[in-house]
Design a protein around this ligand. Structure first.
Ligand code: NAD
Length: 450
C-alpha cells in the first residue's frame, strides 16, 4: 500500500506544511540497484584511542568504498572503538565523532566497532556496553535517512589476537544501500567458525555469491517471501519457492518470474520435511522460514483454534522441519538457516498474544540452536525481526494503527519487503560464518520494544 505521507513530504509544499505543523520528515531511502550498488562517497575510518583488533582496514576495503582518514562529506563513518575499556576512554568516542557527525552525507552510515563486554572485567564491560546506548541514541537523532549500528568483534577467545577479518560480510551489508531500513542494531559476531577451518568460505563470483547453492524459501508466493526469493536468485542461488497449494497460481507466477522452482506445499503437513528433501536432491545451502500468519484477538476472546494455528504455522512447523532437515543432512555443511521473527515477538502487541508468542519462540530457537548447529552441522541459524513492512499483511491493519506503525521509528516510514530480503541475503552469504544466533531487527529502529 502506497505511503502517501512519504510522497507528500517529498514535494516542496508538502514539506513546508508538515514542517510548520511539526510532523515527521521521512527522508526517501536509497536501496540497492544494479546501477548504484554502493553508497555515494568515501568511508571515513576513525579510531577511538588504540584499536584492540587487527584487520579492520582490510575488512573495510571489502565494502567497495574508498577508505580514508579524512573526508569532507563521507557517505559512511566507521569508528573502531574496540580498544575502549574504561569510562574515561568513552571520551575518545565523543572526540572522534563529535567533529564529523554533521558532515555525514544524507542516507549515510555510521558503524561503531566494539568488542563483546567481558564477564571478567567490569570496567571493560561497562565501557563496551555504553557503546550500545550511544549507538541507539545516535540512531534516533541522526535523521536524514542515515543509520547507526554497533558490531561487536569477539576478542578474548581468538588465539593469536582478535581480527576483524570475519566482519567482512557484515560490514559489506551495513555500509551499503542494502541495509537502508536497518538502524540502531547491535550485531555480535562469534569466533567459532562452523565450517571446520577458521577461514570463511571463499566467494568465487562477488556479483553472485550464492552460485551453486540451493535456497528454499517458505511463504514465497508474495510479500516478504517473494522478495527474499528474488534477492537470493539475484545473488546466484537456485531457488525453490514454497507456498500453500491454495496460492499455487500466485506461487507459479512468482517462481516463473525468478526462474525458480515452485513447490506447492503446506509447511504444516506431517511429511513437509520429506517433500522438501525430495525437492532438493543435492541438499539445501539456504533454508528461509518465512511463511507466517496472524489470527488476532485479545486473549479473552481468542478461541483455541486461532491460538493453535498461529503456533503451528509460525513456530511448530519451523521447529519440526528444521530438526528433520538438519538430522537428515539435507541442509549441507556451510548451510544457512534464517527464520522470521517480528518486533511483536520482542515488544508484544495488543491482540497478538498468539503471534507474539510464536515469534518470540523463533528468537528462542535461534539463540539456542545457533551454537549447536554450528558445532554439530557446520550450519548457522539466525532470524530477521521485521518491523512495519509494506505488505498485504500490514495493508489489512486499521488506518490509525497503520499510520502509527509507519511513523514510530527513527526513519519515520515503513520498510519494503526487499529490506527484509537484503538482511536474509546477508545471513545467507558464504562468508557470514561468524554471524550466528543473531536476531536482526529490520524496523527502521522502531520505538516498539526498543
Ligand atoms: P504475507 O501474508 O503477505 O505472506 C505470507 C505467505 O506465507 C503467504 O504467501 C502465505 O500463503 C504463506 N503461508 C501461510 N501459511 C503457510 C503454510 N502453512 N505453508 C506454506 N506457506 C504458508 O505476509 P508477509 O507480510 O510477507 O510476512 C512474511 C513473514 O514476515 C511472516 O512470517 C510474518 O509474520 C513476518 N512479518 C511480517 C511483518 C510485516 O510488516 N509485513 C512484520 C513482522 C513480521
Amino acid at each position: 500500500m502506497a505511503d502517501r505521507y512519504l510522497h507528500l513530504t517529498g514535494t516542496a509544499p508538502g514539506r513546508f506544511l508538515t514542517r510548520r505543523l511539526g510532523l515527521p520528515q521521512p527522508a526517501p531511502l536509497r536501496r540497492w540497484t544494479l546501477e548504484t550498488p554502493h553508497l555515494d562517497g568515501p568511508l571515513l575510518h576513525l579510531t577511538a584511542g588504540a584499536s584492540a583488533v587487527t584487520g579492520v582496514a582490510e575488512a573495510l576495503r571489502t565494502s567497495g568504498l574508498t577508505v580514508t582518514e579524512r573526508a569532507d562529506r563521507p557517505a559512511a563513518i566507521v569508528l573502531d572503538a574496540t580498544g575502549v575499556a574504561t569510562a574515561a576512554g568513552l571520551g575518545d568516542v565523543h572526540a572522534a565523532l563529535h567533529p564529523v557527525v554533521r558532515s555525514l552525507a544524507p542516507g549515510g552510515r555510521i558503524v561503531v566497532l566494539g568488542t563483546v563486554p567481558s564477564p571478567d572485567d567490569h570496567h571493560q564491560a561497562a565501557a563496551q556496553q555504553a557503546l550500545e546506548g550511544f549507538v541507539r541514541s545516535l540512531g534516533k537523532e541522526i535523521g536524514r535517512g542515515s543509520t547507526v549500528q554497533l558490531v561487536r568483534i569477539p576478542v578474548a577467545r581468538i588465539p593469536g589476537g582478535a581480527s576483524a577479518h570475519a566482519a567482512g560480510s557484515t560490514l559489506r551489508f551495513l555500509l551499503s544501500p542494502r541495509s537502508a531500513y536497518v538502524s540502531g542494531q547491535v550485531i555480535e559476531l562469534t569466533s567459532a567458525a562452523p565450517e571446520s577451518g577458521s577461514d570463511p568460505t571463499p566467494i568465487t563470483d562477488p556479483a553472485a555469491p550464492l552460485t551453486g547453492r540451493t535456497a528454499l524459501v517458505t511463504g514465497a508466493a508474495r510479500g516478504i517471501g517473494a522478495a527474499v526469493a528474488s534477492v537470493l536468485a539475484r545473488d546466484g542461488a537456485r531457488v525453490i519457492a514454497l507456498d500453500v497449494p491454495g496460492a499455487r497460481e500466485e506461487l507459479e507466477r512468482t517462481a516463473d518470474r525468478l526462474g525458480a522452482t515452485a513447490l506447492p506445499l503446506d509447511i504444516t503437513a506431517p511429511d513437509a520435511a520429506d517433500r522438501i528433501a525430495a525437492a532438493a536432491p543435492d541438499g539445501l545451502g539456504v533454508l528461509v522460514h518465512n511463511a507466517g500468519i496472524t489470527r488476532d484477538r485479545r486473549l479473552a476472546n481468542m478461541p483455541a483454534d486461532r491460538w493453535a494455528s498461529v503456533i503451528e504455522v509460525n513456530l511448530d512447523s519451523v521447529l519440526r522441519t528444521t530438526d528433520e532437515l538438519l538430522k537428515t543432512g539435507t541442509i549441507t555443511r556451510g548451510g544457512r538457516i534464517v527464520a522470521t521473527a517480528s518486533i511483536a515477538g520482542i515488544a508484544g502487541n495488543t491482540g497478538q498474544t498468539n503471534y507474539a508468542a510464536s515469534k518470540a519462540g523463533i528468537i528462542g530457537l535461534v539463540r539456542s540452536l545457533g551454537p549447536r548447529a554450528a558445532s554439530d552441522h557446520g550450519v548457522t541459524v539466525n532470524a530477521v525481526a521485521p518491523g512495519f513492512i509494506e505488505t498485504k499483511m500490514t495493508a489489512a491493519v486499521p488506518l490509525f494503527i497503520r499510520e502509527a506503525g509507519r511513523r514510530m521509528n527513527s526513519l519515520s516510514q515503513g520498510g519494503l519487503p526487499v529490506d527484509v530480503a537484503e538482511a536474509v541475503a546477508w545471513f545467507a552469504q558464504p562468508d557470514s560464518t561468524a554471524v550466528n544466533g543473531q536476531v536482526l531487527r529490520v524496523c527502521g529502529q522502531s520505538l516498539l520494544g526498543a
